[in-house]
Design a protein around this ligand. Structure first.
Ligand SMILES: [Zn+2]
Length: 282
């Protein structure tokens, strides 16, 4: 099987061509033609941040949004900040406590909004699909509405720079999303986390807060034999933000604790297939 020589895609997850004797996926080919320049992206960010004195931080309690909150408060010194966390119903309890503790430590007001995303999670688990896109889309829309209602023009997030885009994005009703971690390496992120009272909950998948990701990855693995996070992680490797070794570790079949799997399935009313032993994992 061909593997991309630049990122971690292989023939299962991307189209791969041989270019100058080397296997390269289509996404890397585009990347090499339109190289995002780290300095330009950072400059664009600095320019927009210079005009921000009031913002909502989309705060999931995961490590990336914690880094975003730290930067907004300590590096950019934004005068009025609010850390808003959306609990989708299956957040790790430690992650919510962690989020609250760090917001208090940074002296930023913390708001927890509770919702029930069972519909998204149930469908993803039943169909063996990724819940991430639908979940994050709904969360961003709820945050946008909250921001518009409270007069915030800016929503700061811990998202990575998406393919070929700017570090900010116009949303509806004049709200602007700023991706404050654009082109920031894993190392830089960990350097900031070390300064904070951050305790990583041990969860499978590329998450430090979501209980659904592990079981959803397991289901996807059963069906497709690889992870649905391949594309996101391939982009991090391509941009030089994550090492290949770390990426390969992230993309291994997850090992989900029995109690986490049971909790998720029971909360979603999916205990029947679980009891039949279909989801016993490995
Ligand atoms: Zn590639």
């Amino acid at each position: 099987m061909l593997r991309c020589s630049l990122c971690v895609h292989d023939e299962r997850t991307a189209k791969i061509d041989i270019i100058n004797g080397k296997p390269l996926c289509r996404e890397c080919q585009i990347y090499l033609r339109h190289h995002p320049n780290r300095a330009d992206v950072r400059k664009e960010l600095e320019e927009i941040m210079a005009g921000v004195d009031k913002a909502l931080v989309a705060y999931s309690g995961g490590k990336d949004s914690v880094v975003a909150l730290y930067l907004a408060k300590e590096v950019y010194g934004i005068r009025k900040l609010e850390a808003v966390m959306i609990d989708h119903g299956l957040m790790a309890g430690e992650a919510i406590e962690n989020a609250r503790r760090i917001a208090r430590h940074l002296n930023v007001p913390f708001t927890l909004l509770k919702y029930d995303y069972s519909d998204i999670f149930r469908e993803a688990l039943l169909k063996g699909q990724s819940p991430c896109r639908a979940c994050s889309k709904r969360t961003m829309e709820k945050l946008r509405k909250y921001a518009a209602g409270k007069g915030y023009r800016y929503v700061i997030t811990g998202h990575e720079l998406p393919f070929g885009h700017h570090p900010y994005r116009e949303m509806r009703e004049g709200v602007v999303q700023i991706r404050l971690l654009s082109m920031m390496t894993e190392e830089e992120r960990f350097g900031i986390l070390e300064k904070l009272p951050f305790e990583f909950p041990e969860l499978p998948g590329y998450t430090t807060n979501c209980l659904v990701l592990g079981p959803a990855l397991e289901r996807y693995w059963e069906k497709h034999g690889h992870s649905f996070e391949q594309r996101r992680i391939a982009a991090l490797v391509r941009y030089g933000l994550m090492s290949r070794e770390k990426a390969e570790e992230e993309l291994r079949r997850p090992s989900v604790r029995e109690e986490q799997r049971r909790l998720v399935f029971e909360r979603l009313g999916l205990e029947e297939p679980f009891k039949r032993g279909r989801f016993t994992g490995r």
